[in-house]
Design a protein around this ligand. Structure first.
Ligand SMILES: NC(=O)C1=CN([C@@H]2O[C@H](COP(=O)(O)OP(=O)(O)OC[C@H]3O[C@@H](n4cnc5c(N)ncnc54)[C@H](OP(=O)(O)O)[C@@H]3O)[C@@H](O)[C@H]2O)[C@@H](O)CC1
Ligand SMILES: Nc1ncnc2c1ncn2[C@@H]1O[C@H](COP(=O)(O)OP(=O)(O)O)[C@@H](O)[C@H]1O
Length: 315
C-alpha cells in the first residue's frame, strides 16, 4: 500500500460535485423510470437496518424499492416502510439454496440497482446474496456491497473483474480489514492507501467510511469528505449511506458519482441533524428527512447557469 501514501485526495464539496451532475429526473417520469432499488439484507439480530436503507433510497429519489430480507422479519420490515415491497427469504439460505436463488434472481432482474448486506450479520447469508447478485451484475446499473456482503469479496473477484466500475463497496475500517485480510491497525495507519488498494484489487469504487470518508476508483483516483458530524457514528448510519448510493446508481449515476454524492449528502444530513438536535444523540432515521432537500438544493445550485453562484456560496 506504500505507493498510495503520497496521493493527495480531492476534496468532496459542491465545487467538485458541480463538475459531476447527477442524471436529471424528468418531470414526467413514472416510478419505474426514476430508478428501482432492491435492498437485500437484515438479520434476526438487526431486523430494522434494511428499513433504513430502503427509506434512504426512496428519499434519494428511487421510484420503487423492494426489500429482500429474512422471512421472520419480512412483515415487520414491510410495516416499517409501507412504501416498499417485501420479499421473504428463507432464513437459512444454505439449506434452501434453490428457493433463495430463484427468488433473488427475480428480484434482482426487476431492479436497476441492488444494495446487498445492510444489517446482515451472517457471513454465509451474505456470501450467497452477494454471489447471486454479482452473477447478474451486467444486467444492473449498479451494486452496493455493504457490511457482511463485503466479507467474501475474495471469492467474487472473477465477477468483479468483469464489471465496468458500477460496483460500490462501503466498508468501515473493520470491514476493510477483513476485505484485505489484515489488521485494522494497518488500515488505520494508511486509510488512503488502503482504500486505493481495495478499489484496485476488487475493481470497484471503494468507500472507506469514518470521520473522514475516503473514496477511490480502480484507477487510483482518490477523494475525501470530512465535513460530517461526530453524531454520524451511530447504529444504522451506514445503512442510510448505502441506500442513498443505491438510489443514485439506480437513476443512472456512475459508481463514482453515486459514491461522491452519497458521501456528501449523508455527511451534510449529519450536519443538519447536529444543528437541529445536538452534535451527538440524533438517530440514523433522523437523517432521512434531510436527504430530498439536500439533493434537490445541491442540484439546483449546480445547474449550469448557477455554477458561478455556487462557487461564491461555498467560499
Ligand atoms: N449493532 C447494532 O446496534 C446495529 C447494527 N446495524 C447494522 O448491522 C450491520 C452490522 O453492524 P454491527 O454493529 O453488528 O457490526 P459492526 O460494528 O459493523 O462490526 C462488524 C465487524 O467489524 C469490526 N469493526 C467495527 N468497527 C471496527 C473498528 N473501528 N476497528 C476494528 N474493527 C471494527 C467488528 O469488530 P468488533 O467491534 O466486534 O471487535 C466486527 O468484527 C451493519 O450493517 C449495521 O449498520 C444497524 O442496522 C442498526 C443497529
Ligand atoms: N466521527 C465521525 N465523524 C463523521 N462521520 C462519521 C464519524 N464516525 C462515523 N462516521 C460516518 O458514519 C457512518 C457510520 O457507518 P457504519 O460504521 O457502517 O455504521 P453502522 O454499521 O452502525 O451503520 C459512515 O458513513 C461514517 O463515515
Amino acid at each position: 500500500m506504500a505507493d498510495a501514501r503520497d496521493a493527495t485526495p480531492q476534496r468532496i464539496d459542491l465545487d467538485l460535485l458541480a463538475q459531476r451532475p447527477l442524471p436529471e429526473i424528468a418531470q414526467a417520469a413514472d416510478k419505474n423510470s426514476r430508478g428501482r432499488v432492491c435492498v437485500l439484507g437484515g438479520s434476526a439480530q438487526v431486523p430494522g437496518g434494511v428499513a433504513l436503507t430502503a427509506e434512504a433510497a426512496l428519499r434519494a429519489g428511487a421510484g420503487k424499492v423492494r426489500i429482500g430480507t429474512i422471512a421472520p422479519a419480512a412483515v415487520t420490515v414491510g410495516c416499517l416502510v409501507p412504501e416498499a415491497a417485501v420479499l421473504a427469504l428463507p432464513i437459512s439460505p444454505a439449506g434452501e439454496i434453490a428457493t433463495t436463488v430463484a427468488l433473488l434472481e427475480e428480484a434482482v432482474r426487476a431492479a436497476d440497482a441492488v444494495v446487498v448486506g445492510p444489517a446482515m450479520s451472517c457471513g454465509e447469508h451474505g456470501a450467497i446474496l452477494a454471489r447471486q447478485t454479482l452473477a447478474l451484475v451486467t444486467a444492473l446499473q449498479g451494486i452496493v456491497l455493504d457490511a457482511a456482503a463485503l466479507l467474501c469479496l475474495e471469492c467474487h473477484r472473477e465477477h468483479l473483474a468483469a464489471t465496468p466500475g458500477h460496483v460500490v463497496l462501503t466498508p468501515h475500517i473493520g470491514e476493510m480489514a477483513a476485505m484485505l485480510a489484515c489488521k485494522a491497525s494497518v488500515i488505520e495507519a494508511d486509510r488512503p492507501g488502503a482504500v486505493r488498494h481495495a478499489a484496485k484489487r476488487f475493481n470497484a469504487v471503494a468507500v472507506l467510511k469514518g470521520p473522514t470518508t475516503f473514496i477511490a476508483t480502480p484507477k487510483g483516483h482518490l477523494f475525501a469528505y470530512n465535513g460530517g458530524s461526530a453524531g454520524l457514528a451511530t447504529g444504522g448510519s451506514g445503512d442510510v449511506l448505502a441506500g442513498i448510493i443505491g438510489a443514485l446508481l439506480a437513476r443512472g449515476a456512475t459508481g463514482l458519482d453515486a459514491a461522491l454524492w452519497g458521501a456528501w449528502v449523508h455527511g451534510e444530513a449529519g450536519r443538519r441533524c447536529s444543528a437541529a438536535v445536538g452534535p451527538i444523540g440524533y438517530l440514523a432515521r433522523e437523517l432521512l428527512g434531510f436527504i430530498p432537500r439536500l439533493l434537490h438544493s445541491a442540484q439546483q445550485l449546480l445547474a449550469p447557469d448557477r455554477r458561478e453562484a455556487s462557487r461564491s456560496h461555498t467560499r
